[in-house]
Design a protein around this ligand. Sequence first.
Ligand SMILES: [Zn+2]
Length: 173
Amino acid sequence: MTSWPQAIQDEQLCPYLQRKNEISIQDGCLLWGSRVIVPPQGRTLVLDILHETHPGVSRMKSLTCCYVWWPKLDQAIEDKVKSCEAYQLSQPLPVVASLHPWKFPKQAWSRLYIDFLGKTFLVVVDAFSKWLEVHVTSSTSSEATINKTLIAFRYAWVAAIPCQRQCYFLCQC
Ligand SMILES: [Zn+2]
């Protein structure tokens, strides 16, 4: 075939005929404008690559409109995204972790709870006696926290200091 036919019986070829003035061949690749016309055997792979980061339908369409095209591409994109969402929704939800409360300590000063109230106050609570100490601090750095916490250690050697939101005892040297 050296020229476009006037009419095509095969409906699947109609989209190509409609674009006949904008279709060209470059290095063996069929182009519609600057977009590569992907042959059927490569379309699934191209969709997979375009959907690697799970973009939505509109984002995928905007990506393809610069680089690739084939008939019914928009429908293929919609089907791809729908099938992915359907897959995600069909996956079992992660198992809910059960609460694991700390056992009540056997003696005072064996476990302390430590946290900052704003950036000014370091609050230390003994889990056994509920003894509360509040220390004024100038910093939430590990060094400042350790120095203030050592004051609470004057009663006994503390076995455990559970970290709450943030661990203040990491060296940041
Ligand atoms: Zn997805």
